[in-house]
Design a binder for this molecule. Structure first.
Ligand code: FUB
Length: 321
């Protein structure tokens, strides 16, 4: 299987990819390190402070252009720290970037920034989305509406919420309890708020039972949704078991039935992806830590083709290749 490091010039991760105006746009996190970088379960080592946009017209062989810095933490009025995985959607000729960042109280919120072009620059709104929480947003346009899938446990803070309200103490299910689900919410007409309360995205087994907290294939972070042959494919990272897995449904809200592993563990603790069709082929964008010699917080963008079998099952890709 041919794989390509997309942008060897810099450390970038968490690629969210979309086709705008016939061109491939990549919206990654921008990794860096300083002398204070310390790795812990809270993800403090992912202390990103800006975003770049990359683009290409040939995924496996073409030149990848860096459009430069398009949003800086210092330009966001409510900024605390840690600009993590972002995504971008187009509506009526405007481009909306959604990004998670900790506010001044160290709570992850969702920001929105707007541009006239897919390559930015993006101008941030003065406040985060009302009622927003946790990390890793992916925007999915379906039948004229826009939906945000989001969530991540551990450093992503999802365990601090129940029914969209902050808990007094975080609660992370264990053992045979149902795993914490990702969330999905429809965006408002102006793209700047949630149009409704976020709903849980349940991943169930073939008997319809939610995957349990001790299941190595349960949701951890990095949701992504795409459609193939009329079915919704919900894919995600399993975090501490280091896989990209997927589940399918006839409904965008789920429940999604677990199907299998898309990507086996890569070099590095995190794994994070997006899936896109371009010119009749499907691609898996992801990252690993091979070029940095295994430093968890210095990740490099990678891509390869993704294939389905005749029944629509995704063929598993080896992460270490
Ligand atoms: O890049 C910071 C965090 O690491 C992301 O939000 C997670 O999905 C993981 O890739």
């Amino acid at each position: 299987m041919k794989k390509r490091y997309l942008f060897p010039a810099d450390y970038m991760a968490d690629p969210s990819v979309h086709i705008f105006n016939g061109r491939v746009y990549i919206y990654p996190s921008h990794d860096w390190e300083d002398e204070n970088t310390v790795e812990n379960d809270n993800g403090d080592h992912f202390n990103m402070k800006d975003y770049h946009v990359l683009s290409t017209d040939d995924i496996m062989n073409g030149e990848v252009i860096d459009h430069g810095k398009v949003l800086d933490r210092d330009d966001i009025p409510w900024a605390g720290r840690q600009l993590w995985d972002c995504d971008v959607a187009e509506k009526d000729g405007k481009y909306y970037m959604y990004f998670p960042m900790k506010d001044k109280n160290d709570i992850f919120r969702h920001g929105v920034a707007i541009a006239d072009r897919p390559e930015g620059p993006f101008i941030p709104q003065p406040d985060p989305i009302r009622g927003s929480y946790s990390i890793d947003m992916a925007i999915f346009k379906d039948e004229g509406e826009y939906y945000m899938y989001f969530g991540g446990i551990w450093g992503g803070q999802l365990q601090r919420y129940k029914d969209n309200k902050a808990l007094e103490s975080a609660y992370l299910p264990t053992g045979k309890e149902p795993a914490l689900p990702s969330r999905v919410v429809r965006l408002s007409e102006d793209m700047l708020q949630y149009a409704e309360e976020p709903r849980p995205v349940h991943v169930v087994d073939k008997k319809g039972k939610p995957l349990t907290a001790d299941n190595p294939h349960r949701f951890f972070e990095a949701p992504w949704v795409h459609k193939y042959n009329g079915k919704y494919y919900f894919s995600y990272s399993t975090g501490d078991t280091h896989m990209i897995c997927y589940a399918t449904s006839d409904n965008r809200f789920g429940p999604f039935t677990y199907q299998g592993v898309i990507l086996t563990p890569v070099v590095g603790w995190t794994t994070h992806h997006s899936i896109v069709e371009f010119k009749g082929k499907w691609y898996l964008f992801h990252h690993d830590c091979v070029p940095s010699g295994g430093k968890t917080w210095l990740r490099s963008l990678k891509v390869c083709e993704l294939e389905y079998d005749a029944e629509g099952r995704i063929k598993t890709i080896e992460g270490m290749d």
